[in-house]
Structures are given as C-alpha cells and as structure tokens.
Design a protein around this ligand. Structure first.
Ligand code: NAD
Length: 412
C-alpha cells in the first residue's frame, strides 16, 4: 500500500476556478481545496477461478476531512484512475458539505471489468481490497459506499472482512449495505427521490402544473428509474427514458403501469425509439441526465431545449457546456445539490448503525425531504445575494462551510 500526498487535481481546478469566483480565496485556501489530503493506492494479487493469479490496482482518495470522516463511493470499472477518482472525491467533499453532513469527501475504486469476473472472483477481490486498505478506512475515518458496478453485496462482503480484520462489530464502516446487514430502509430510492423533491419545489416556484411539465430522463438505472417512477406518481409527464443503447419517446407521457413493468423486467416502455443525443435535444421542459459524466458538452449543449436541467448523474455537464446553457438561460440544478439524497440517507444509515437503531421508511423519507429542501433554500438565498447560477451559489455555500471548519481548526 502506498499513501501519497496528491498532485493538484486538474479537472477540479478548472471547475473550482470557474465557479468559485467571488469567494476571494487566499493562496493557502485554494491549495487546500485543489489537493486531496491523501491518495491510497493498493496492489492486490487475487486468485482466479481457473487457478491463475491476477494483480489488480485499487485506489482510495480521502480529499478533505475538516468536517469529519471522509465519505464516498467505491466503483469497479476498467477506466478507474487517479485523476477521475480525485475529481469525484472533490465533488463528494462539496456535496457532503452542502448537505450539512458531518463528513469530508472521499472516493475509491478498483481498475477492473466486473462483467468479466465471476461472483466468487469479485468477492475475493473485494476482500483483498479491504485487507489492503487496512485501517485507513473505518467508521470514524473514511466510510465507503456503493458506486458504479458495486452494490449492497459488495458492501456486505466489505463489512464481513473488515470486522474479521479489526476483531469487533463495525457495521458503520460502509453504507449501502443490504437491510439485513444494517442497511437503511429508503436508501435504494433516496437519490432519485431527493431529485424529485427538488423538481416538485422548482415547479411550484415557477407555477408549472405537474401535468404540463414534460420530462426526459437519460439513464434508466437506479437513479433514473426511481426519478421516473416518483415523478409520474406526482402527476409529472415523463415523455422519454434511455439506457446505454438509446431509449424511447412517447410525447403523450409514459403511464405509471408501463414504467413499473419496464423497471421490473429491465426493458423499456413502448414508444418511438430514439438515440441518447436525440433525447438530450427533445422539446421538453425538464431534462434529467441520470447516467454518465460529460454527456452534455460544448458540441451538443446548444441543442438542449429544456428550461431546467436537473443533474442527477455526477458531472453530466462539462464546464464549456455549462457556459452555453447559462447564456441560453437554461437553469441547472447542480449535481452536488440534486443527487445529494443518496449520501444523505447513507448518513442516516451510519447514524442508525452507531445508535443500533432501525428507522421506518417514512421517517427516512421525511428527514430526506427536509434536508433536500433546506439545502435548496440555502442555495437559492445565496443565489439571490450574489446573482449567479445555482451551481456557483452551491459551490460558494459548500466551500464556505469547509473553509470555516479549516479556520476553526487553525489550518488556514
Ligand atoms: P445504474 O448503473 O443503476 O444506471 C445507469 C444507467 O445509465 C443505466 O440505465 C445505463 O443503461 C445508463 N447508461 C450507461 N451508459 C450510458 C450511455 N452511454 N448513455 C446513456 N445511458 C447510459 O447507476 P445509478 O446508480 O443509477 O447512477 C447513475 C448516475 O448517478 C451515476 O453518474 C452515478 O455516479 C450518479 N449517482 C448515483 C447515486 C446513487 O445513489 N445510485 C448517488 C449520486 C450520484
């Protein structure tokens, strides 16, 4: 295992320089925000089912711990590298701060193609990663969670191996576990649900009736699927959904029953077949990118016809595209605000584990709603004061809270 102080994270710097204008950061404050505190790299020889041994690389970035233990997901993907993980850890730092959680930001992953590994190989790989990370993670230090290609099963293996290593129960070392292993009710739907609370609030502010509010959703997995289902339940008109190979468009709106059937059978509801590029350019009121990063870029941003974009994926809009959308007066609810519902309920899971409690789903959803709307209110007030975009206002709110903690600790 190697622990290094990280070089400045390029993509983070660009975004920070772009949106933190007006905060008048000192050189030291900027340096703190632009560098991860710690990057842990691990090398893991793992036995394959055919008896061979393969060596995998894993990473964990602990970006900033001024507000508390670092927290963020673990992804298994062939493109996991230090630059990407640092950018995502930086975003987690901002998201956790904006949500008012007692957490710093972290992120991690293993460079691998999980589709080419068996379940037993994934289990051995996960357990090797836990041993390689050792006590650099823990309920009081750094708390991983599921992310791309990891889920409740990965977290259950993680806890089991961690507890063997430390010799005592430690469920709060990760969140996103299965409910029988200490996971929280409501975590599965939390990210999509949190986004829908913001959709509902914004529509009310604008005087949009739900029925007349047409929505296109890119990504029909956990986040996009829950967003679609809950928006339709509230009477919004979801006209398009898509996956990696394209999607469907039904201008009259997708019926709740058809959506449920599609989500259960992992298919698409009936509609005209469209590509992902066509989905982004549909004549809808609200566009909800819920799949991958960098989907709206400077070459397609001007095709967006929506009045509102809710960033449910992490970083689905590039910096260049953000400028184009702002010029076109398209309002963007930024990722660090829009998709904060997931980590908020992860925090509730951590609290329940530590208190040895198990909350009812209604309680989880009510607390989530309050947290999402409080954060939205703080960002809206800040935007009125400084007259910039919701993204800038969200960054200002978030960075100020982190720097206040840094100052209180005497680190700047
Ligand atoms: P998921 O794997 O359940 O779903 C991803 C969806 O994206 C799938 O429908 C997939 O078909 C689609 N997709 C993949 N490649 C695509 C492409 N090239 N074009 C269009 N669609 C494509 O993942 P998820 O948990 O729903 O996460 C989606 C996004 O939300 C990710 O950016 C993730 O980082 C972010 N996010 C998730 C959570 C959470 O709690 N799950 C929390 C915060 C942020």
């Amino acid at each position: 295992m190697h622990i290094i102080n990280s070089p400045a994270c390029g993509a983070c710097q660009i975004r920070l320089l772009d949106v933190a204008q007006g905060l008048e950061l000192s050189t030291k404050e900027r340096a703190i925000l632009e560098h991860a505190q710690r990057v842990v790299t691990t090398t893991m020889p793992v036995s394959m089912d055919d008896g061979s041994t393969r060596v995998f690389t894993g990473l964990r970035v602990q970006y900033n711990d001024a507000l508390g233990p670092t927290k963020g997901g673990l992804r298994y993907h062939s493109e996991v590298d230090a630059g990407e993980v640092q950018e995502l850890a930086f975003l987690m730092m901002l998201k956790n701060s904006l949500a008012g959680l007692p957490y710093g930001g972290g992120k991690g992953g293993i460079t691998c193609d999980p589709k080419k590994l068996s379940t037993t190989e994934l289990e051995r790989l996960t357990r090797s990663f836990v041993r390689a990370l050792g006590t650099t993670v823990g309920p009081e230090t750094d708390i991983p969670a599921p992310d791309v290609n990891t889920g409740a099963q990965t977290m259950d293996w993680f806890v089991d191996e961690y507890e063997k290593m430390v010799g005592h129960p430690a469920r709060a070392v990760v969140t996103g576990k299965s409910v029988s292993e200490g996971g929280s009710l409501g975590r599965d739907s939390a990210t999509g649900r949190g986004g829908v609370y913001l959709l509902e609030k914004y529509a009310q502010e604008q005087g949009w009736s739900p029925k007349e509010t047409t929505i296109a959703i890119q990504g029909f997995g956990n986040v996009g699927g829950w967003f679609a289902r809950l928006a339709v339940e509230l009477g919004f008109t979801v006209v398009a959904v898509s996956g990696s190979k394209g999607g469907v468009y039904a201008p009259e709106g997708l019926a709740k029953a058809a959506l449920e059937t599609a989500l259960t059978s992992k298919t698409f509801p009936a509609g005209k077949e469209i590509t992902n590029e066509e989905l982004l350019a549909l004549p809808v009121r609200v566009l909800v990118p819920s799949a991958l990063a960098h989907q709206i870029h400077k070459y397609n941003a001007s095709t967006v016809q929506a009045e509102l974009v809710i960033e449910m994926a992490n970083a689905p809009i590039t910096v260049g595209a953000d400028d184009i959308l702002a010029q076109e007066k398209v309002v963007v609810i930024p990722d660090i605000l829009a998709n904060g519902g997931g980590v908020t309920v992860s925090y509730f899971e951590w609290v329940q584990n530590r208190a040895q409690e198990s909350w009812e789903e209604n309680k989880v959803n009510e607390l989530l709603k309050k947290s999402m709307l409080d954060a939205y209110e703080r960002v809206s007030v800040r935007r009125k004061k400084v007259g910039n975009t919701l993204r800038q206002a969200a960054y200002h709110e978030s960075i100020e809270r982190i720097l206040n903690a840094e100052r209180a600790r005497g680190r700047v």
